[in-house]
Design a binder for this molecule. Structure first.
Ligand code: NIG
Ligand code: FE
Length: 407
């Protein structure tokens, strides 16, 4: 931008060299070592919001501006493929009761529905914007956002309108739970979700989701929801197998869903179905949400079994006021390593490239030439530190589309 006031145009910055990177995580095994495609002593060039070049710093091309990573580590921005940040109210007392033994139940969602319906659009946008900024400051550069606390046509449409100010990855989750005005008539509510509510919401969303679980929607109801969404151009994803074994994974694979999320309680058949979908090149990603299992005192999902079978795995926050009020992808990585049998490298890959696969995106979640320049400078010499230093803020800077957005 020319701010000099003179007649001579000042050239716009067109390329930036990020230099002296101790370890660059590309997520491209063709470019470097291991599952993370790690390049030691690296540099990376950004042009027009994209990675133009990356590799050993001794081979780096010239650029207009140099940014000094000063011997620290650069990783792709986190791709958090599951959140519910459009809401009002607070459930800290419900959390506290759970910590002393009360079980998590889907019914708690109604508490947030009441508060969200009573809130203004400005308040909802303010809350969601704060949470998006909070996530960004912790390294999340792509964030999926669901509706699901409105549960009327107008309130769900409003939630998606709010989400459209924040992200392109928007999911219609009218089938979260049956709201109180449909008590005793779940079929009537599914008619609304697949009719007028879908008409109002489809123009604002890319995805359709359903909570297929005891206390929410059964297999037949969930299938109807996904099928209606598909007819309106929305691609399917599923909340399943959170509170117990159930049909969620089977249904998701059958529907060709991009992702089935939670996967806390899986049978051997579920694991095999997910692995088969990956082997056939139409992976339904198993998106694991360890922050939820932490905050609801559930067992953790068996990531090792999924990876060993060949399933595609992602980690996501599920940031929401009920089952997990945390936007920290670093927490997810630490829990996945400590509790779920993942190596630190596998966990970072799941939180970046895995999330991208769960959103069927190839422009984010990696840092090869052509990818979006969404990246995080860590206050750490290597990526193992994400799991090695749990609870410690280690994000020094965050770029999205090549623009510095935090740090
Ligand atoms: O993904 N499982 C369903 N929905 C959210 C929880 C929402 C809530 O408790 O408010 C989840 O965990
Ligand atoms: Fe969720």
């Amino acid at each position: 931008m020319n701010t000099s006031g003179s007649q001579t145009p000042v050239p716009a910055v067109s390329s930036v060299l990020v230099d002296d990177i101790a370890v660059l995580v590309t997520n491209d095994p063709g470019l470097g070592d291991g599952v993370l495609g790690e390049v030691p002593d690296a540099a990376l060039v950004v042009e027009n919001g994209r990675v133009a070049w990356c590799g050993p710093r001794t081979q780096a091309p010239a650029a207009d501006v140099r940014v000094d990573a000063a011997g620290r580590c650069v990783v792709p921005g986190f791709v958090d493929s599951h959140s519910h940040i459009v809401f009002a109210g607070d459930r800290s007392r419900e959390f506290t009761a759970r910590m002393s033994g009360r079980p998590y139940e889907a019914g708690g969602i109604r508490t947030t529905v009441a508060a969200t319906r009573a809130a203004s659009e400005t308040e909802l946008l303010g809350n969601a914007t704060r949470l998006l900024r909070e996530a960004r400051a912790q390294g999340t550069t792509t964030l999926e956002v669901k509706s699901g606390y409105g549960l009327s046509a107008a309130d769900e449409e409003r939630a998606l309108r709010v989400a459209s100010r924040l992200t392109e990855e928007r999911t219609f989750l009218g089938a979260h739970v049956v709201p109180p005005e449909y008590d005793g008539d779940p079929g009537g509510y599914v008619d609304l979700v697949t009719g007028a509510m879908l008409d109002a919401c489809a123009p604002h969303a890319r995805w359709i989701d359903v909570f297929c679980e005891r206390g929410a929607f059964d297999e037949e109801q969930a299938r109807r929801v996904l099928e209606a969404g598909r007819r309106r151009g929305l691609a399917p994803r599923v909340h399943g197998n959170q509170l117990g074994p159930g049909p969620g994974v089977r249904l998701a694979v059958e529907a060709g869903a991009a992702s089935v999320d939670h996967c806390t309680h899986l049978t051997a058949d579920d694991v095999a179905a997910l692995a088969d979908s990956a082997a056939e090149g139409r992976a339904t990603v198993a998106t694991l949400l360890p922050g939820v299992d932490f905050s609801t005192r559930q067992p953790y999902p068996d990531a090792r079994a999924l990876l060993d079978a060949g399933a595609r795995v992602a980690l996501a926050s599920d940031c929401n006021p009920g089952s997990c009020f945390s936007s920290s992808m670093a927490l997810c990585i630490a829990l996945a390593v400590r509790e779920m049998g993942m190596s630190p490298e596998e966990a970072l890959r799941a939180a970046t490239a895995g999330g991208a696969a769960a959103l069927r995106r190839d422009d984010v979640g990696h840092l090869a030439a052509g990818a979006r320049a969404d990246m995080v400078l860590l206050e750490a010499p290597n990526p193992l530190y994400l799991a090695y230093r749990p609870g410690v803020p280690q994000v020094a800077a965050v770029w999205k589309d090549g623009e510095l957005v935090a740090g």
